[in-house]
Design a protein around this ligand. Structure first.
Ligand SMILES: C[S@@+](CC[C@H](N)C(=O)[O-])C[C@H]1O[C@@H](n2cnc3c(N)ncnc32)[C@H](O)[C@@H]1O
Length: 224
């Protein structure tokens, strides 16, 4: 296990390199875009073509206090199997890999262009325990979940739409281990995400565990 600050510094350095080596990047985004974007269900399902750059995408992802929070949460949970929705450039999966080098980490990303970047980042970071699955979450999860169960730690960090977030929670929940932890990024990103987080916390098997105002954690328990 790499010590928390060293792991965060390593990711910061990889991010810096990607930002300074800025190249154009076109991605198909199946997510909700920005908090003020109004994307229809049809647009999110079909994907929206975004003309961007590595600099822009490298700026996404957990960093600073949020990276510390995620790192500490996964260390505490000691998962064997980790599932992440939203690989992007691979930074959060590197952090989780450095915290739990013996775990199996499965991370999902819709954009093949970003998957290529994430693979490069994983290689540079020397992470051998991360498997990336390319495609829409809704398409990958039904086949993947039965083959990796039980999931001990799930990090949901993509498609910040209220209904989609609740849907992913409900899809993953039956495959979680008892006492497993689910982490949701951007719980206050939009009104929709606030509603999704409230709905998840009030689910009969969810036990609110912690949050830092941005990432929320629940523990999977028995029906109340
Ligand atoms: C916020 S970024 C993830 C950041 C990453 N977890 C980190 O901290 O380094 C969200 C990613 O999810 C992907 N994504 C969003 N909605 C998706 C969907 N429905 N299916 C597949 N990928 C999706 C986007 O392409 C984007 O790269």
């Amino acid at each position: 296990m790499l010590e928390k600050n060293k792991a965060i510094r390593m990711v910061d350095e990889l991010r810096r390199q990607l930002i300074s080596n800025d190249i154009p990047l076109n991605v198909i985004d199946y997510g909700a875009g920005h908090p003020n974007d109004i994307r229809s269900q049809q647009q999110m399902s079909k994907g929206v073509e975004v003309v961007s750059s590595t600099k822009c995408y490298a700026a996404y992802g957990v960093k600073g206090a949020d990276a510390e929070f995620l790192f500490s949460a996964i260390l505490k949970a000691k998962p064997c199997t980790v599932l992440e929705l939203g690989t992007c450039c691979g930074f959060s999966s590197i952090l989780m890999s450095k915290a739990m080098p013996k775990s199996s980490i499965y991370t999902l990303e819709g954009s093949p262009e970003l998957v290529q970047i994430a693979q490069e980042m994983h290689h540079k970071a020397g992470c051998g325990n991360i498997q990336i699955h390319t495609g829409r979450f809704v398409d990958i999860l039904p086949g993947l979940l039965p083959s990796i169960r039980p999931v001990d730690f799930a990090f949901i960090d993509g498609h910040h739409d209220r209904d989609a977030t609740v849907q992913y929670f409900e899809m993953i929940l039956p495959y979680m281990s008892y006492g497993g932890v689910m982490a949701f990024d951007d719980i206050t990103w939009s009104d929709g995400m606030k509603e999704a987080w409230a709905a998840i916390c009030s689910h009969p098997v969810a036990r609110y565990a912690d949050d830092n105002g941005k990432i929320g954690l629940i523990r999977v328990g028995e029906c109340r």
